[in-house]
Design a protein. Structure first.
Length: 317
């Protein structure tokens, strides 16, 4: 096992040196090439407001957009739609709600990773027991990276035990995050070792198929990154659902697919909500499915941040 102790360094939230930018249609379809600086607290606040709006039934499309798959939020004068591109390079378009004029274009991978990771961290923080600071991370990628950054910004993490079947990816992920986090990062030799004494677990459904739910300590919390394809392929192993309080960011999707029976809610995940942590012996399970409004919350936050001169847009042409 490789262990790595990390000194705390503040998340890179400060503004870089900027050229003059045009507040018109901003292209961030490949934001990694510009190394954008993201105001994570603003994104978390926008996602918290999105949860509150969803709980209040305020995320449905306006009348003229009836049937649209785009993302809508009250008080946001824009909407977001996903647009397929060549070779599967999908983008997220931010459009003016009144005129449909394009405001910005973002790489869908960035929006999905940031939105999925940050919203899952927000829900995890609200649902996990206060003081839970040992995290098992089964798999590494963009969403996991933003989940870890976001959760560390919300609560004190003491130890992160990560497992990834590809050792090089695991080592690179640990080395990168060790420069940002106060927590001790440990690369485990297997998933069972990563789960040892974990109080919070992050995984995708395929990672859980061969693991015993009893390996998650009483009162522990599991967050699952999932989606339509995962759910259609069999979803979560039933053993992980038994005896757990199940919370989802998109209960309507579960009902539409008809693949889950039981009580599913959005918890108290809205802005300003008190922790929804369960009694000590009860497990909580959060399904991060990615509702459409999540794209808008992230895209609008990044757009507003770019206009404030805090990230470098990638210019068209």
């Amino acid at each position: 096992m490789l262990e790595r102790e990390a000194d705390f360094e503040k998340l890179n939230l400060g503004p870089p040196d900027l050229e003059d930018t045009d507040p018109g249609d901003t292209d961030l379809a490949n934001p990694d090439s510009g190394d954008p600086t993201l105001e994570l607290p603003k994104v978390l606040a926008a996602l918290g407001a999105g949860f509150a709006a969803q709980n209040a039934g305020q995320t449905a499309p306006p009348e003229r957009f009836a049937g649209s798959s785009g993302g809508f939020l009250p008080g946001v004068p824009a909407y977001a739609v996903r647009v397929p591109g060549a070779e599967g390079n999908e983008t997220v378009k931010l459009l003016d709600l009144r005129t449909d004029a394009p405001l910005a274009t973002f790489g869908a991978d960035l929006v999905a990773a940031l939105g999925g990771g940050a919203s899952a961290a927000l829900a995890t923080h609200r649902l996990a027991r206060p003081g839970a600071g040992t995290l098992a991370l089964l798999g590494v990628g963009g969403a996991e990276r933003w989940f870890l950054r976001s959760l560390a910004a919300l609560r004190g993490l003491e130890r992160v035990q990560l497992y990834e079947p590809k050792p090089f990816q695991a080592g690179r992920f640990a080395a990168e995050l060790a420069r940002e986090l106060r927590a001790k990062l440990v690369v485990a030799d297997g998933p069972d070792e990563a789960l040892l004494d974990a109080e919070i677990v992050l995984a995708a459904p395929p990672r859980l198929a061969f693991l015993d739910p009893e390996s998650l300590r009483p009162g522990g919390h599991l967050t699952v990154f999932s989606g339509r394809d995962d759910l259609r392929a069999g979803g979560l192993p039933a053993a992980w659902l038994q005896g757990a309080r199940v919370v989802a960011d998109d209960p309507a999707l579960l009902a539409e697919l008809g693949l889950f029976e039981g009580e599913v809610d959005t918890g108290e995940l809205g802005a300003g909500a008190v922790s929804g942590a369960s009694p000590r012996a009860e497990r909580t399970l959060y399904l991060a499915l990615g509702p459409a409004w999540q794209d808008l919350a992230v895209a609008w936050s990044l757009y507003r941040t770019s206009l404030a001169g805090e990230i470098r847009p990638v210019r068209k042409g």
